[in-house]
Design a protein around this ligand. Structure first.
Ligand code: ASP
Length: 439
């Protein structure tokens, strides 16, 4: 058995957290490949080392004195080293970083040092070899990942090894310049390592016990999702549920490697298992509820729309020309409604309306703003009778007016549009009908 374990910033923010991580790794001998993030926040008012590094580098770039800030960063690491009673010196590393900052080595180089240094400490603490991600993760010139080359380099390097610590978040382009993923990108590194060594499991350790059925800011103490498919996860995450970096899925998905989201502070919890497919029955009919506020709808009416070939394409072309992506597009026989993010739309509103008039000469165009979309997602909904009726009777009971309904033919998600002000009560009502009342 080979397990890749990735630890997020809050799991490695202090020596205490490192000790918990050490215990977790030693408890299971299959946990042999470790991907650390940079130290995160120790408490709510703390700052992540990555953010300190960005700030420090900005100062260096502006020609200001950045040594005080760099010293504060150094102290974060030394606090961990002392707390673990390690004999590790990072003097040479910090000397090099200072020099590279003076030479303006770039923001991405600067940010990557957070993971690099933490991984050096982790390797010393565990007695595992350190393998630099810059030697294995290959980026194209434009900053996107070269997956094939990365996979090749990584397998070649890591497959013969028994164990290793690989820093998260960065790699390098062909010229050797350090490049980073977007924020939270250590999740992607973990996934790449899991793929390269054909791991049996990718454990992603963080500070929550997995995905929750609904947002805890809306529902009190929501249940944890035990098992979720990649597809369900996509549906939920595009509607706002984020625990895992969205690019962390694709390297492992095709290989059938499951991801287990675990809580470093509660290692006894099983967390959430993300799988390609499963015959495990979900505990409830729905797997999760997610949603976002701040949409607006553009409703277009024209008689005999249904027989006008190319109508939809022409309308969508107008949005494309303005660089606006649409979220949903329910339609009726003579109507079509396009849902877009309000923030993306407002500045282009008049151009879009004029464009639609020019493109399709509609009878009528109407707009509505301040709408929220809620995605109710679950593989258990497929072929279960009465799911939609339960949702809508719950919403009716809660006196919520439904503005839009859209069910994908996969039968795994139902999207509901309500007014922004009804958003929270709608999520609660749906949670209650499927979860609270079936407990
Ligand atoms: N340290 C980076 C960040 O704060 C990457 C990561 O933690 O995954 O975004």
């Amino acid at each position: 058995m080979k397990t890749v374990v990735k630890f997020g910033g809050s799991s490695l923010a202090s020596a205490e957290q490192f000790k918990k991580v050490g215990e977790i790794i030693r408890k299971d001998p299959s946990r042999r490949f470790v991907v650390p993030s940079a130290p995160g926040k120790r408490n709510d008012s703390d700052t992540k080392v990555t953010d300190l590094l960005y700030r420090c580098y900005e100062s260096a770039e502006a020609g200001e004195d950045f040594t005080v800030l760099l010293k504060a960063i150094k102290e974060r690491y030394y606090e961990i080293i002392r707390g673990l009673s390690l004999e590790v010196s990072l003097e040479q590393e910090f000397h090099e970083i200072e020099k590279m900052f003076q030479e303006k080595a770039g923001r991405e180089y600067a940010a990557s040092r957070g993971e690099y240094l933490n991984s050096r400490i982790m390797a010393a603490y565990l007695g595992f070899p350190f393998v630099d991600a810059a030697e294995m993760i290959v980026f194209h010139e434009d900053g996107t990942l070269d997956l094939e080359e990365t996979d090749r380099c990584m397998s070649q390097r890591l497959l013969p090894m028994d164990c290793a610590v690989v820093p998260g978040f960065y790699g390098a382009d062909r010229e050797g310049h350090v490049r980073t993923f977007s924020r939270g990108g250590s999740d992607v590194t973990g996934s790449l390592v899991a793929r390269a060594i054909s791991a049996d499991m990718y454990e992603n350790w963080t500070d929550v016990s997995g995905f929750l059925v609904a947002d805890p800011h809306i529902v009190d103490d929501p249940e944890t999702i035990e098992t979720i498919t990649y597809r369900e996860l996509r549906e939920l995450s595009y509607m706002g549920a984020t625990v895992l970096h969205e690019e962390a899925i694709f390297p492992v998905r095709r290989q059938g490697i499951p991801i287990n989201i675990r809580n470093t502070n509660r290692p006894e919890d099983k967390g959430t298992l993300i799988v390609e497919s499963t015959c495990r029955k979900p505990r409830y009919v729905i797997t999760g509820i997610a949603g976002k506020k701040g949409f607006c709808s553009i409703n277009i009416e024209k008689s005999l729309m249904n027989s006008e070939i190319g109508f939809g394409r022409k309308v969508l072309q107008v949005f494309e020309d303005q660089g606006i992506s649409f979220e949903h597009m329910p339609s009726g026989i003579d109507t079509m409604t396009v849902f877009v993010h309000q923030d993306d739309f407002v500045d282009h509103e008049q151009q879009v309306i004029a464009g639609i008039h020019r493109a399709v000469s509609p009878d009528f165009v109407e707009m509505e703003s301040d709408l929220a979309l809620i995605a109710v997602v679950g593989r258990g909904m497929k072929s279960t009778r009465g799911t939609a009726s339960r949702i809508f009777s719950a919403l009716a009971h809660a006196r919520i007016n439904v503005k839009m309904i859209d069910q994908g033919s996969s039968e795994q998600n139902i999207i509901i549009g309500v007014e922004n002000r009804d958003f929270e009560s709608a999520v609660k009502a749906i949670y209650d009908i499927f979860v609270t009342s079936s407990m």
